[in-house]
Design a protein around this ligand. Structure first.
Ligand SMILES: [Zn+2]
Length: 299
């Protein structure tokens, strides 16, 4: 059932008109060593490294423990995220991923080594990166409001390969001393999607599997990094069953969400499956289903 048609369901016009998002007023704004990133201390030991200049509004996180720190994702690769994290933490910093979409692996090349999901798609991308043709859509006019850093050329934007990498899989634990993060495999948005759970503090880093905006269940890529609606639906049910009393920390737009929302998302996937909901469609034939504070895009 079609509701109406728009040009592009992914990048809304005037996307930046909602900035700054209200939630950031609760956090401690922290000096950023590279002005492309806005840095906020969102908990005593967690920094959100937010690329609010670009419509993806991706957030990478630095989690600082007593023994070491963990950088969760490296962002778009537009600014120097290594410089930012090294100015925030004086000690060993490991780098890992929530998944291998371009906006989470862009700064990998700045580090000697990164951890990637133990999945062929992630391993392939760590080895070859993504060329300009694969990512150029994200550099379209209107996709940024902050000027790009000096030296950055959007006409040759690409994702460079990692210098070296190791893999992580379900059940692996990053031990930062006083903080432990367990890896959960949560395929759907991408085949290699991971979440990271801090059970002691009841925190769940959800990557792109859940954030308070349009969830992508439609992605297709020639290297196999495709979304799967049905896999995504099952993942949401499994995660909702176990983690709805955790605080969610998401990878786009705003950090915090209550875990109870996982149940709403799982139910939303069911409702779409049933086929009775209205949706918005666009020039590419994508379908966007809108819910209270998130939406789901499918093919
Ligand atoms: Zn993303």
């Amino acid at each position: 059932m079609t509701e109406n048609k728009v040009k592009n369901v992914i990048m809304p016009e005037e996307w930046f008109s909602v900035l700054p998002r209200r939630q950031y007023s609760y956090f401690i704004r922290t000096e950023s060593a590279d002005s492309w990133f806005s840095v906020y201390r969102i908990k005593p030991d967690i920094y959100a490294i937010y690329e609010d200049g670009h419509f993806q509004e991706v957030i990478s996180y630095l989690i600082t423990g007593t023994e070491s720190a963990l950088l969760l994702d490296t962002g778009l690769g537009i600014g120097n995220i290594r410089k930012v994290v090294e100015s925030l933490y004086d000690g060993k910093i490991q780098v890992t991923h929530t998944h291998s979409h371009f906006d989470h692996i862009g700064g990998d090349w700045q580090f000697e080594e990164v951890f990637v999901p133990d999945h062929p798609v992630a391993i392939n991308r760590a080895r070859r990166g993504l060329d300009h043709e694969e990512v150029k859509d994200n550099m379209e006019a209107g996709s940024n409001w902050k000027p790009y850093p000096v030296g950055f050329d959007s006409n040759s934007y690409l994702i460079r390969p990692a210098n070296s990498f190791k893999t992580v899989k379900e059940g692996d634990v990053f031990n930062l001393g006083n903080i432990r993060l367990e890896v959960l495999e949560t395929p759907g948005h991408s085949p290699d999607s991971l979440m990271y759970a801090d059970h002691e503090n009841k925190l769940l880093f959800t990557g792109d599997t859940f954030y308070p905006a349009t969830l992508y269940a439609h992605i297709e890529h020639s290297d196999g990094s495709d979304s799967s609606f049905e896999t995504y639906r099952k993942t949401m049910h499994r995660i909702a069953e176990q983690y709805s009393d955790y605080t969610l920390i998401t990878s786009h737009n705003e950090p915090f969400r209550p875990g109870i929302e996982l149940i709403k998302v799982a139910e939303a996937f069911d409702q779409i499956s049933e086929g009775s909901l209205t949706y918005i469609t666009d020039d590419k034939g994508l379908k966007k289903y809108e819910f209270e504070d998130f939406a789901i895009v499918t093919k």
